[in-house]
Design a binder for this molecule. Structure first.
Ligand code: HEM
Length: 409
């Protein structure tokens, strides 16, 4: 067993020295999420600190492919701390009921059946239909928002895309989609540790509105849609859990897919040869979006909590400790991808950790890529050149999601 204290030896000193030289490096892996370019820092962590304890953050940090696989497949690690299965700030609200029922936030015997239900329902989607619906909503939102006219509008477009497509798949009426997008925006904010009291309370109200809407939807749903498939995976008395997980689809896809759209636009703005290749042959776009999700992922990290003391990734960890799993760093591990710092459309093998792995691996990857492909593809089809987005980008405040914002016209 390796102790993390050995990491404070020469290697770590060299690392600190490097940090001093490159004083624009992120302060830590949480600050890295919204840093203009966190990737040289991640590469250093993968090489010199594949797993270590950050005393200032009070977190174990896993960065290499090997360490991340070990954490995400460990029987000792859980998605929520045992002392706080539901965030205290949400207790007593509909947001807490939804949170507690989500497959994403559940471990133990209830996780398997819930995972089966969400995966089977998403697996029932017909790719051509989803692609058609995504193209339809991309055209609709481009007409309505006209993001090409003003870069500050891009992220409104990117955030509304996953809501419109997923809500439509869940059977929500077209005339309700704009309202659902407002509810989802508010609801997602109440889960962020960076939200203030006002955002938290607004999120709780939105949670109740979404729940009422989706429960009514479930009751009147004609057979065959995504929601019906999802409900079939639950017992009749578990209708509230099914409803919560339908809302989970909206919640899980929201920031992550908006970020994938935004980061794909950023890639086209900066990797001009890739832009030219796609312009000449739009069928390369899907592959490019897969590579964006490895190279500049919208979800940079996730967390695990020790249910009991034991050895994880070669380190002695204690019950109650938390691990920050830096998925975006592992994507740049040379042991997982050759020449990881290069953006390559035609990687013979692409190993991406962006959608997680193990029990809690994301079942929505294909859907997310289809939505992003439609959003970016329809923008390019209008003749828009993303080069104008190369300057003026910042990243939305977040501890895990890398979502670009263009704040000036
Ligand atoms: C670019 C878009 C997306 C990214 C990067 C992403 C990433 C992830 C990651 C990293 C996890 C695992 C978290 C962990 O293990 O701690 C996850 C779980 C999950 N994702 Fe996604 N996701 C995306 C889009 C979607 C979409 C479109 C859906 C469905 C509509 C979805 C549904 C889920 C669900 C239900 C889980 C929980 C699975 C479980 O806990 O067993 N995701 N996602």
């Amino acid at each position: 067993m390796k102790s993390y204290h050995t990491d404070t030896s020469m290697q770590a000193e060299v690392f600190t020295f490097y940090n001093l030289l490159m004083n624009d490096l992120p302060l830590n892996p949480v600050a890295a999420v919204t840093h203009p370019d966190p990737y040289p820092y991640y590469a250093e962590l993968v090489t010199h600190k594949p797993i270590y304890y950050d005393a200032a953050l009070g977190l174990w940090i896993a960065t290499s492919a090997e360490a991340i696989e070990a954490v995400l497949t460990s029987e000792l690690c859980r998605v929520r701390p045992a002392s706080e299965p539901i965030p205290k700030a949400l207790l007593g609200s509909r947001a807490a009921d939804i949170f507690g029922a989500l497959v994403r936030m559940t471990d133990g015997p209830s996780h398997g059946p819930r995972k089966q239900a969400v995966s089977t329902s998403l697996g029932s989607l017909v790719p051509e239909q989803v692609s058609e619906q995504s193209q339809h909503w991309a055209k609709f939102l481009i007409d309505e928002i006209k993001p090409q006219a003003d870069p500050t509008r891009f992220m409104d477009f990117a955030f509304r895309m996953p809501v419109y497509v997923v809500a439509d798949l869940l059977g929500v009426l077209a005339e309700q989609l704009a309202e659902v997008a407002v509810f989802v925006k508010s609801f997602v904010a109440c889960f962020s540790p960076l939200s203030d009291h006002v955002q938290l309370e607004a999120g709780k109200v939105a949670a109740a509105q979404l729940f009422d809407l989706m429960r009514a939807q479930l009751a009147t749903q004609p057979a065959g849609g995504l929601l019906t498939h999802l409900a079939l995976g639950f017992k009749p008395e578990e209708a509230e859990i099914a409803t919560a997980n339908a809302i989970g689809f909206l919640f899980q896809s929201y920031e992550a897919t908006a970020g994938l759209i935004g980061n794909s636009l950023m890639m086209l703005a900066t990797q001009r040869e890739v832009y030219q290749q796609i312009k000449a042959d739009p069928s390369h776009l899907r592959l490019a979006i897969h590579e964006v999700s490895r190279y500049d992922p919208s979800i940079q990290n996730t967390r695990r909590f020790l249910a009991q003391s034991g050895v994880v990734a070669g380190q002695a960890m204690k019950e109650g400790e938390a691990v920050l799993v830096v998925l975006a760093a592992a994507n740049r591990d040379p042991a997982a991808n050759s020449e990881p710092a290069l953006f390559k459309l035609d990687r013979p093998v692409r190993k991406s950790f962006t959608f997680g792995l193990g029990r809690h691996a994301c079942p929505g990857e294909t859907l997310a890529v289809t939505i992003a492909e439609a959003a970016v593809g329809q923008l390019l089809a209008t003749g828009f050149d993303p080069e104008v987005l190369a300057d003026g980008v910042t990243y939305r405040s977040s501890v895990n999601a890398r979502v670009p914002l263009w704040t000036t016209a």
